[in-house]
Write a protein that binds this ligand. Structure first.
Ligand SMILES: [Zn+2]
Length: 410
C-alpha cells in the first residue's frame, strides 16, 4: 500500500528550510518571534508554497496559517510551528511544517484530492520566545484554550501580546474564532532535539508520551552590603543561598524516572562585583513524564527553596507555567510504526522531553508525534541539522499514514 506513493524529495524540504531560516529579526542569527514583520514575511513565503502544492490557504484569527485539501468533514490536521527561539537553527518547528507540505504535495499530485479533508498548519508562538507566558499560543487558540488574560502580557520592549497581534493585523477580540471543533486527529513531525535516535542508529521515533513540565519562579532575598567591609560570618548573601538550591536540583530530579530539573535563568541583584548579592531571581524548569512524579518533583523543589528561610533568607515562589504530561494516541502511533515498517524504516518508541504543540492537541483529539534524528542531538542553536534523507523519511511515513486515513478510508 505505502510503496505506491512516489518518493518525497528530502533535498527540496531542506532547501526550503534554509530559505525560511534567512528570515530573521536579527542580522547575525535566526530569531523569528511571533507577530513581527519577519514572521509575516515567512508566512507569505509558506503561503506561496502551500498554494503551489494545491492547498487552499487562509489565516485564522490567531495568525496560524492553514492550507486545506478536500471537501467537508472531520479534518486530519498536520503541522508544527513557524516561530523560533533566539539564536535558533533552521529545523525546529518548520521541519514539521515542510515535511507535512511535502507529504501533501506528493499525495495531491499523485492521487488528487483526498476523500476526507486534510489541513496543514504553521502555528504562531509555540516557543514563547517573545511572550514567555504565552507559549503554545497558536495551538491553544485552535483548541479554544487561549487565556484572554494573557493578552496583557508583555515582551521585552513592553509591547503587549494584544498590541503585537493588532500590529500584525490580527484582532485580539476575534481570537475565539480560531477555535476548531471539526478536528478528527493531529499529526506532528519534529526533529528529536536530543541524541537518542542518532546514538542508537534508528531512523524514526514514535512518541508515546510528551513529558509534563512546570516553571517555578524563585526569589531569594538576603542583605546587600559592602563586599570589603562585611565579615564573612555577618553576611546574608542571596547568591550563596540560591547556589545551594541549584546544587540540590539534580538530586531531586534523579529520584524520579526520566525527570529533569534545570535552573536556566538566573538574575543577581544589584549585580556588582563589590556588592554582596541582596536578591536573586531564578527560573526552575522541571519535567517528568508521569503526572504524580511531576507534582511531587514540583512540591519538593518548592520545599527546597523555602528551606532557605531557616538560614534567614526571604523566599517567594510562584508557579509560572504548568503543563501536564500528554499520552499520545496508541492507534495513530501504531499506524506510523506500521507505515515505517512497510517503507523499511527502523523506528522506536520514545518519550519526548521537550514540549510540543502536539501535547495540547492530545488533550482533545487523537494525536501523534514522529521524531526525526538531528545531528549530535543539537537544537535551539545554529548547529541544528537534519539530513535530507531523514526529512524525506519523516515526510514519506507521514504521507503513507495520511494516504490510509484520508485517501483510502472515510
Ligand atoms: Zn519545536
Amino acid at each position: 500500500m505505502c510503496k505506491s506513493i512516489p518518493t518525497v524529495d528530502g533535498a527540496e524540504i531542506q532547501r526550503r528550510l534554509h530559505e525560511l531560516a534567512q528570515i530573521s529579526v536579527l542580522p547575525d542569527r535566526l530569531w523569528r518571534p511571533s507577530y513581527t514583520p519577519q514572521e509575516g514575511q515567512a508566512r507569505r513565503l509558506l503561503t506561496s508554497w502551500f498554494a503551489q502544492a494545491g492547498l487552499s490557504t487562509r489565516l485564522d484569527a490567531a495568525g496560524n496559517l492553514l492550507g486545506r485539501a478536500g471537501g467537508a468533514g472531520q479534518v486530519t490536521l498536520i503541522g508544527s510551528h513557524m516561530d523560533t527561539v533566539k539564536g535558533a537553527g533552521a529545523y525546529d518547528g518548520t521541519a514539521g511544517v515542510l515535511c507535512g507540505l511535502a507529504a501533501l504535495q506528493t499525495l495531491l499530485a499523485h492521487f488528487g484530492p483526498p476523500r476526507a479533508p486534510v489541513e496543514l498548519v504553521a502555528m504562531v508562538e509555540e516557543e514563547g520566545s517573545r511572550f514567555p507566558d504565552a507559549s503554545f499560543w497558536g495551538s491553544r487558540s485552535i483548541l479554544g484554550q487561549a487565556d484572554p488574560a494573557l493578552l496583557s502580557c508583555r515582551d521585552e520592549a513592553e509591547v503587549t501580546l494584544a498590541q503585537a497581534m493588532a500590529d500584525a493585523g490580527f484582532d485580539p477580540a476575534r481570537l475565539p474564532d480560531a477555535r476548531r471543533t471539526d478536528l478528527a486527529r493531529y499529526f506532528e513531525v519534529h526533529i528529536e532535539q536530543g541524541p537518542v535516535l542518532e546514538h542508537r542508529g534508528i531512523q524514526l521515533g514514535v512518541v508515546d508520551t510528551i513529558t509534563g513540565l512546570g516553571t517555578l519562579a524563585v526569589e531569594i532575598t538576603g542583605r546587600a552590603n559592602h563586599a570589603g567591609t562585611t565579615p564573612m560570618d555577618l553576611r546574608l548573601d542571596a547568591l550563596q543561598g540560591a547556589a545551594g538550591l541549584v546544587l540540590r536540583l539534580p538530586g531531586l530530579a534523579r529520584r524520579f524516572q526520566n525527570a529533569t530539573a534545570t535552573a536556566g535563568s538566573f538574575q543577581v541583584f544589584p549585580g556588582s562585583a563589590n556588592v554582596i548579592p541582596g536578591r536573586v531571581s531564578i527560573l526552575v524548569d522541571y519535567r517528568a513524564p508521569d503526572p504524580d512524579d511531576l507534582a511531587r518533583l514540583g512540591r519538593e523543589i518548592d520545599q527546597a527553596a523555602h528551606s532557605l528561610e531557616a538560614e534567614g533568607y526571604g523566599v517567594t515562589t510562584q508557579l509560572r507555567m504548568s503543563l501536564p504530561p500528554a499520552r499520545l494516541d496508541r492507534g495513530l502511533g501504531a499506524l506510523l510504526e506500521q507505515c515505517a515498517d512497510e517503507l523499511s524504516c527502523s523506528s522506536m518508541h520514545m518519550i519526548s522531553g521537550a514540549g510540543h504543540d502536539c501535547q495540547l492537541f492530545a488533550g482533545q483529539v487523537p494525536s501523534a508525534l514522529l521524531f526525526l534524528p538531528c545531528r549530535d542531538g543539537r537544537s535551539h542553536c545554529p548547529e541544528e541539522y537534519a539530513a535530507p534523507e531523514d526529512l524525506a523519511r519523516g515526510a514519506q511515513v507521514l504521507a503513507a499514514a495520511l494516504y490510509r486515513l484520508a485517501w483510502q478510508e472515510t
